[in-house]
Ligand binder design. Structure first.
Ligand code: AMP
Ligand code: ZN
Length: 121
């Protein structure tokens, strides 16, 4: 999709801190994180939102969220996490994505590149 920032990331036209990839999805760190390890799971095919996305891809994204959340918990020692998926007026990027928001009882926000180094060890 032309002018879609996430399609550009998927095509390699814009860099990202990619932590996971398979045939259907990529996952990368949010450039403006609300907490350390804030991750976006994004289908490679351009679906706009929850109404638009193929159900098989949606189910796959949830399975991958489970895997990635386990890794974030193990490597960054978060105390919990929340899954968020925005639609309509609260959705900034109109290419479906699932946020993983890690939660920490105590932690200072780190640079995205430092989180990336830890997650990719
Ligand atoms: P929303 O569409 O409201 O669910 O939020 C879009 C999210 O995408 C925000 O948290 C942004 O910080 C994030 N974002 C926007 N551009 C990029 C980018 N180039 N790389 C990583 N994350 C991004
Ligand atoms: Zn797109």
């Amino acid at each position: 999709m032309e002018n879609c920032i996430f399609c550009k990331i998927i095509n390699g036209d814009i860099p990202c801190y990619k932590i996971y990839e398979d045939d259907l999805v990529v996952a990368f760190l949010d450039i403006n994180p609300i907490s350390n390890g804030h991750t976006l799971i994004v289908p490679k095919q351009h679906f706009q939102d929850l109404y638009d996305i193929d159900n098989n891809v949606l189910n796959h994204i949830l399975e991958i969220a489970k895997k990635i959340a386990k890794q974030i918990t193990a490597k960054l020692n978060c105390d919990g996490f929340t899954l968020v998926q925005n639609n309509g007026a609260v959705q900034e990027v109109k290419h479906f994505h699932l946020h993983i928001h890690p939660y920490y009882k105590n932690s200072e926000i780190m640079k995205v590149e430092d989180c990336f180094k830890i997650l990719n060890i």
